[in-house]
Ligand binder design. Structure first.
Ligand code: ASP
Length: 439
């Protein structure tokens, strides 16, 4: 068994946290490949090292003095080194960083130093080999992640070592110029490393005991999900649930490597297993609830619409011409509604409407804003009767008016449109009926 273990910023924010991480890794010799993030927040008002680096580099780029800011970053690492009693100096590394900042090496380079330096400390602390991600993770000229080249180089390199630390979040173009993934991208690195060594498990260590059924800002102490499939996770992540970077599932999904989300501060908790498929039923019929506010619904009416071939295409063409992606398109006999993100749509509204008139010649167009979409996701819905009935009874009971319903034929999710102001009430009502009622 070989495991890849990725630790997030809060798990590595201080020497104290590093010690917990060291104990976790040493407790299981299969934890042979480690992907660290940069040091995160030690307390809620603290600043992540990544953000300190962006701030410091912005000064450098503007030609301003950045010594004080760079020193503050250096102090964060020194505090960790001292706390771990390591014989390690980052003096030379910081000289190089200062020089590169002065030469305007770019904000990607700047941000990547957070993981790079933490990787050096981690490797020293564990006695593992350090592998610079810029030498093994690649981006093509368009700036897209080059999965093929990366997998080839990385798997060759990792085959030569028993254990190693590969810093998260960044890689490089073919010419060596550093490029980062989007924020939270160390999750992607972990997944890439897991794929390259064909790991049995990708453990992703964070500060919560797994993926929660609903947003803890809306539901107090929600239950954690024990097992979730990649597809379910994708639906929930798309609708705004966070824990893992959205793109992190792709590399491991291809290989069927499970991801285990774990809590560094409660290492005995099982956390959440993210798997390809499972015969394990979810405890509560639904696996999770997520949602987003800020949608607009464009309601288009035309008599005899249903018999007009190509009407739907013409409607969507107007959105396409204006570069707007649509979320859902529920339709009736003589009506069709297009759900879009309000912030994308707002400034192009009149252009889209003009396009609709020109292309589809509707009888009327009506726009409704400030809507929210809620996804109720669960592989268990397929084999359970009455799920939709329970959802809508709960919403009616909570006095929430349902604006839209969309159930995919996969029966994996039900999407519900409500007014923004009813969003929290609706999520609470759904959580109560499926989870609280069964506790
Ligand atoms: N340190 C980076 C960030 O704050 C990447 C990561 O932690 O995954 O976004």
């Amino acid at each position: 068994m070989r495991k890849v273990v990725k630790f997030g910023g809060s798990s590595l924010a201080s020497a104290e946290q590093f010690i917990k991480v060291g104990n976790i890794i040493r407790a299981d010799k299969e934890r042979a490949f480690v992907v660290p993030s940069a040091p995160g927040k030690r307390y809620s008002s603290d600043t992540k090292v990544t953000d300190m680096l962006y701030g410091c580099y912005a000064l450098a780029e503007a030609g301003k003095d950045f010594k004080k800011e760079l020193k503050a970053i250096k102090d964060r690492y020194q505090e960790i080194i001292d706390g771990l009693k390591l014989e390690l100096s980052l003096e030379e590394e910081f000289k190089v960083i200062e020089k590169n900042f002065k030469e305007k090496a770019g904000s990607n380079y700047a941000a990547s130093r957070g993981e790079y330096l933490n990787g050096i400390i981690m490797a020293k602390y564990l006695g593992y080999e350090f592998i610079d991600a810029a030498e093994v993770i690649f981006f093509n000229e368009e700036g897209e992640f080059d999965a093929e080249l990366t997998n080839q180089v990385l798997s060759d390199r990792l085959a030569k070592c028993n254990n190693a630390v590969v810093p998260g979040f960044y890689g490089a173009y073919a010419n060596g110029k550093v490029k980062t993934f989007s924020r939270g991208g160390s999750d992607i690195t972990g997944s890439i490393v897991a794929k390259a060594i064909k790991a049995d498990v990708y453990e992703n260590w964070t500060d919560v005991s797994g993926f929660l059924i609903a947003d803890p800002r809306i539901i107090e102490n929600p239950q954690a999900i024990e097992v979730i499939t990649y597809r379910e996770l994708r639906e929930l992540a798309y609708m705004g649930a966070t824990v893992l970077h959205e793109d992190a599932i792709f590399p491991v999904r291809q290989q069927g490597i499970p991801i285990n989300i774990r809590n560094t501060n409660r290492p005995d908790d099982n956390g959440t297993w993210i798997v390809g498929s499972t015969c394990q039923k979810s405890k509560y019929v639904i696996t999770g609830i997520a949602g987003k506010k800020g949608f607009c619904a464009i309601n288009i009416e035309k008599d005899m619409m249903n018999s007009e071939i190509g009407f739907g295409r013409k409607v969507l063409q107007s959105f396409e011409e204006n570069g707007i992606s649509f979320e859902h398109v529920p339709s009736g006999i003589d009506t069709m509604t297009v759900f879009v993100h309000q912030d994308e749509f707002m400034h192009k509204e009149q252009k889209v409407v003009a396009g609709l008139h020109r292309l589809a010649n509707p009888d009327s167009i009506d726009i409704e804003s400030d809507l929210a979409l809620i996804a109720v996701v669960g592989r268990g819905m397929k084999s359970t009767r009455g799920t939709a009935g329970r959802i809508f009874a709960a919403l009616a009971h909570a006095n929430v008016n349902v604006k839209m319903i969309d159930q995919g034929s996969s029966e994996l999710n039900i999407i519900i449109g409500v007014k923004d102001e009813d969003f929290e009430t609706a999520i609470k009502a759904i959580y109560d009926i499926f989870v609280v009622a069964q506790l």
